[in-house]
Design a protein around this ligand. Structure first.
Ligand SMILES: CC/C=C\C/C=C\C/C=C\C/C=C/C(=O)SCCNC(=O)CCNC(=O)[C@H](O)C(C)(C)COP(=O)(O)OP(=O)(O)OC[C@H]1O[C@@H](n2cnc3c(N)ncnc32)[C@H](O)[C@@H]1OP(=O)(O)O
Length: 306
């Protein structure tokens, strides 16, 4: 086992060094005209806002990476940083995760330019930031509530799955689910497991195969969200606050211990397997087949917009 781990660590080092090497597949070097998908690194400083209220014990983490709260490496690090900041304040017991984008989009999942024709030096760090975000949110001592006012596909769904409670706007245009298979990729095992834990094995199996995006009503039926709020009703924030207060009434030690009961094993599993997970991701996502499918998906998104 230890030999396997050290070989794996060696491969990750190789990935990092490969950063200076250009991506080799010539068909992929001919960049298509996907002008709206061209950004990579962004500034860390204005992607999220954390509002802590020591009086109520509730902090609200608002995501506002325009246009769709897609998760670039910096975005994931900013969310992780805000979670840790809220946790370091002993007066805070609950965290509401929401979007403050005017479009209402909760999160469009991983930033696709991080996956398509990736920067090879950045790729392992990008994935490690995704793992870290899962560990920080899923393993938080805080009670966490996702207030989902808009679409939450793929890693956007992961953000909500990592919370303790999910409230969603009842607008059929706002869909949620792990749609990775539609992009020619697959959710990592730790994310698939969250899905199985929340919606059950058969529902998860079908939804993962088909890349299903559930409407809010369907999501409520399968248990992917816990509560719906009428579309256009501003009370989603109030409902989240009310739920947070309900969680806060439970003695913190008991609440945290209860959470550990259901999440501890999965958290320990990924914590002990991060390098292999990163290695697998880097190898998988850079294959020609995956890159071609991602390219087509990006084109489809751009055309749909036109
Ligand atoms: C061990 C593991 C092994 C292997 C694992 C391998 C891979 C990793 C696997 C899984 C983890 C998770 C993966 C992901 O999260 S992949 C991302 C999936 N996301 C999507 O499919 C969503 C795509 N977007 C949409 O469907 C729509 O944009 C959305 C419904 C969110 C909003 O629709 P709306 O009509 O309101 O707006 P649009 O005009 O479509 O978009 C606005 C704006 O935002 C840009 N955009 C949208 N999504 C993304 C994205 N994910 N990344 C980057 N940019 C995005 C879109 O281009 C528009 O931009 P602009 O033209 O500049 O306005």
């Amino acid at each position: 086992m230890s030999v396997h781990v050290s070989q794996s660590a060696h491969k990750i080092q190789l990935w990092r060094r490969l950063g200076s090497v250009q991506y080799r597949d010539s068909s992929l070097l001919q960049r298509q005209h996907l002008s709206s998908f061209s950004s990579k690194a962004d500034r860390n400083d204005d992607l999220v806002t954390l509002e802590a209220s020591p009086d109520t014990g509730v902090a609200t983490l608002r995501m506002h990476r325009s246009p769709a709260n897609s998760l670039s490496m910096e975005m994931m690090q900013s969310i992780s940083g805000a979670i840790r900041k809220a946790e370091s304040d002993r007066k805070i017991q609950s965290l509401i995760l929401t979007s403050s984008l005017p479009s209402g989009i909760f999160s469009a999942g991983l930033e696709l330019t991080e996956l398509y024709q990736p920067d090879l030096a950045r790729l392992p760090k990008f994935w490690e930031s995704f793992q870290q975000l899962y560990l920080d949110l899923y393993g938080s001592r805080l009670s966490t509530i996702a207030s989902i006012g808009g679409p939450a596909p793929a890693a956007g769904c992961m953000l909500s799955l990592s919370c303790d409670y999910r409230i969603m706007t009842d607008n059929p245009k706002c869909t949620i689910g792990l749609n990775e298979s539609q992009l020619g990729i697959v959710a990592p095992p730790w994310l698939a497991q969250q899905y199985i834990d929340v919606i059950g094995n058969r529902n998860a199996e079908l939804a993962l195969l088909l890349g299903t995006l559930f409407t809010p009503q369907q999501a409520l039926t399968v248990g992917l969200v816990d509560e719906l709020v009428c579309s256009g009703d501003s009370s989603i924030d109030e409902m989240a606050q009310r739920k947070a207060a309900e969680f806060i009434r439970i003695p913190p030690k008991a609440r945290v211990a209860a959470k550990e009961l259901t999440r501890g094993t999965q958290i320990a599993k990924l914590s002990g397997n991060r390098e292999e997970d990163t290695e697998f991701f880097c190898s998988f996502v850079t294959t020609d087949t995956v890159q071609k499918t991602l390219g087509s998906y990006l084109e489809m998104l751009a055309k749909r917009k036109k």
